[in-house]
Design a protein around this ligand. Structure first.
Ligand SMILES: [Zn+2]
Length: 279
């Protein structure tokens, strides 16, 4: 019962309130303490959580990308976040906070700002960040935006759509010198151009944000938990995340959204979540 309500994300007080109102009987505080301590529930969950993280770390250390770069690959940041002390960190991606950048600089760790928070000429900026090979290359690619909108595609990427025969730009061609100067200034003033060294690896913090959402299922921000309960709930969140991250989708629904009419990726209907590590 205790494991049931902890794993489904409801709180001890919510469970007790519900069970009392429904008159179905409930376990009391003393019994919960007994299960946590004497019966060893706490130690079992903490050990299972630790084993789960150790297993994932071992998996990361054996990936080609980790061995080639001797650091943490982007998609396993969630494992790094849990166990930073046991992996060699060479790069950290985060939202735009200069203090963190300066701190990482003192530790000789590559800084990357989250790409999601930047860029108004979005597609071009993202495309440039994703395909560039160095900070200078990123700057050069960003400047091709200027020529592209004037109808000159000589320097555009060979894989770009504008290289296809018969390509027609969906935007109005830029002819007005003041508009061209404004776009040029916009590119030069953008954070991505100025701080290309912090964007050229094209990192984002999606995985960390997603993992934080899973933590919130078990540990809502507005509730103050005791250390004992907090640690158990974090361990359950880690097991939930590690077991269910990147699970396959059964189908993809193509739903038209009036707010995002150009969206074509569709909505993934995922397989049901597993909870074998928590059982
Ligand atoms: Zn072009």
């Amino acid at each position: 019962m205790l494991h049931g309500f902890s794993s489904c994300g409801i709180l001890e007080s919510q469970y007790q309130g519900f069970a009392e109102a429904a008159k179905i009987g409930n376990v009391g505080d003393k019994y919960i303490d007994y299960v946590y301590g004497t019966m060893g529930y706490m130690q079992t969950v903490l050990k299972a959580g630790d084993d789960c993280m150790t297993e994932q770390i071992y998996e990361v250390q054996n990936t080609d990308s980790y061995q080639q770069r001797n650091g943490v690959p982007m998609h396993t940041i969630q494992q790094w976040q849990c166990c930073v002390m046991r992996l060699t960190v060479i790069e950290v991606a985060h939202d735009f906070v200069l203090k963190i950048k300066n701190w990482l600089w003192t530790l000789n760790i590559q800084n990357s700002f989250d790409t999601w928070h930047e860029a108004s000429v979005k597609c071009h900026f993202y495309y440039s960040m994703k395909n560039c090979t160095s900070p200078d290359n990123l700057r050069r690619r960003l400047l091709t935006i200027l020529d592209h909108y004037q109808g000159n595609h000589t320097n555009c990427d060979p894989d770009s759509k504008c290289k296809n025969p018969g390509y027609r730009c969906s935007k109005v061609k830029l002819n007005n010198p003041r508009a061209i100067a404004a776009l040029h200034k916009f590119i030069l003033d953008s954070k991505v151009y100025k701080l290309a060294e912090d964007y050229y690896l094209c990192c984002d913090t999606y995985w960390v944000e997603s993992f934080n959402n899973v933590i919130l299922i078990y540990c809502p921000k507005r509730i103050h938990f005791s250390d004992r309960t907090f640690n158990i709930r974090i361990a359950l969140a880690v097991m939930d995340w590690n077991e269910n991250v990147n699970r396959e989708a059964t189908t993809i629904s193509l739903i038209q959204d009036v707010h995002r009419p150009t969206r074509r990726t569709g909505h993934k209907n995922l397989y049901q979540k597993l909870s074998s590590s928590g059982s």
